[in-house]
Design a protein around this ligand. Structure first.
Ligand SMILES: NC(=O)c1ccc[n+]([C@@H]2O[C@H](COP(=O)([O-])OP(=O)(O)OC[C@H]3O[C@@H](n4cnc5c(N)ncnc54)[C@H](OP(=O)(O)O)[C@@H]3O)[C@@H](O)[C@H]2O)c1
Length: 292
């Protein structure tokens, strides 16, 4: 019988403390608009075995197409992976896969982002700190499509839930984890973005656009917190991957043939490159595939 560490964030014990206020007159170096194009080197990047032996990564949407392959990649490199998802059974399935593959014992955090609050996510960050004393990377992959309908007929509650999952939970969890990430140093936060400004993309398209701006705002507010090498203690970036054959993609493009869309594993390289902080100065950038 495998021993499981299950952390269910049911109760909030702590209030969020404000981050240090932004010094007035700070000058920003982060590029706010132009996307950074993914290079072949980044696309092919892999983590060296054992290179994350002492490190901890928290992945939201760990039960999804992208989140699960990211979890495997970090576990293979020796990381302790904190799997965050909304369904216990799906979490247990990925947990079992990692353990069977010889990973360090992962942790599971069961949380539906439509039912969360800043206090609950602060509690999540506190539990990670109490359990592991560090956090090296926070990767946001959780997302919902909501309703792909004209705005006029979109159900209001579904619109708000889409924002709760795609935007509010990412904001709250990032705010809650930043102090621990800063304390750990050489850390990163990565947001998974998408660019869907057209008709019927509704709450998904709008919340993903807001998420990109949120990434830039977080990066700007934190890029002045430097380590002894004068690089940001926490690199905050976004990636807009190309199409991936996942449940989300299948729902959005139900007529698409399987072989027409690559698997999520083919998009991993750039995520790993940024989270491994190969280029320590990369911060506040939206990395995107040339043909998303
Ligand atoms: N697939 C693509 O072509 C594509 C392209 C561009 C960007 N992206 C982005 O890539 C990221 C990963 O998506 P994916 O393609 O891997 O899709 P996916 O397989 O559907 O994964 C989405 C993840 O989000 C979780 N999630 C959904 N609603 C949630 C909620 N209410 N509370 C907590 N978690 C919730 C899902 O949990 P369950 O497992 O329980 O459903 C799943 O783990 C997303 O941010 C997406 O916007 C995807």
């Amino acid at each position: 019988m495998i021993d499981r560490l299950i952390v269910t964030t049911l109760a909030a014990h702590h209030k969020i403390g404000p981050n240090s206020p932004l010094p007035l007159g700070i000058s920003y170096t982060v590029s706010m608009t132009s996307p950074s194009h993914i290079t072949e080197h980044q696309r092919q990047y892999q983590l060296a075995p054992g290179s994350w032996d002492e490190r901890v990564v928290l992945i939201t949407g760990a039960t999804g197409g992208l989140g699960s392959v990211l979890s495997h990649a970090f576990a293979k490199a020796g990381a302790t992976v904190v799997l965050m998802g909304r369904h216990r059974k799906r979490l247990e399935a990925i947990y079992d896969e990692l353990v069977a593959a010889g990973a360090k014992e992962p942790a599971m955090i069961e949380q539906d982002f439509t039912e969360t609050t800043p206090e609950i996510l602060q509690n999540t960050a506190d539990i990670v700190e109490q359990t592991f004393s560090r956090l090296d990377a926070l990767v946001h992959t959780a997302a919902t499509l909501g309703e792909l309908t004209p705005l006029q007929v979109t159900d209001d509650s579904s619109w708000r839930k889409t924002f709760d999952v795609n935007l509010h939970a990412a904001r709250d969890l990032t705010m809650a984890c930043l102090p621990l990430l800063s304390k750990t140093g050489n850390a990163s936060v990565l947001f998974t973005l998408d660019d869907k400004p057209g008709a019927y993309w509704g709450g998904y398209g709008v919340s993903k656009a807001a998420l990109k701006t949120l990434m830039h705002v977080f990066a700007d507010e934190n890029d002045n917190v430097l380590d002894e090498n004068n690089v940001p203690k926490v690199a905050i970036n976004g990636i807009q991957p190309g199409p991936m054959r996942t449940r989300l993609r299948r729902r959005a493009f139900s007529g698409e043939l399987e072989h027409e869309t690559p698997l999520a594993i083919e998009q991993l390289g750039t995520f790993l490159y940024l989270l491994d902080r190969v280029d320590k100065t990369a911060c506040g950038q939206c990395w995107q595939e040339t043909n998303p």
